[in-house]
Design a protein around this ligand. Sequence first.
Ligand code: FES
Length: 107
Amino acid sequence: MSEALLAPERAAQTPGVEREPALAIIDSQHGPMQVRPGEALLDTLERHGHQLEYQCRSGYCGACRTPLLAGKVYYPEPPLAFVEAGQCLPCCCRPVGDITLDLSHHD
Ligand code: FES
């Protein structure tokens, strides 16, 4: 299993993987964005003016699937939608440290 898919409990048990939310998201096109504690990545992106596709906002449909170019995310609740390494579901994940997303297919 990719580290990107670890729930916080498992992340805490995995060396090198931390639970704390990121201080910043780095978007490859638009610069840094601040993440608020407990905020889903999709909420952060919307607060900064990005309009991502979504349907369920809870990890079921996969509509929000986004390339994760660098960094790690975790899922407080394991998503049902398929997500590969190098992708994330912003509606239900949170960054672990700084991350880089490719938002070019959303905006
Ligand atoms: S909006 Fe459905 S998985 Fe993200």
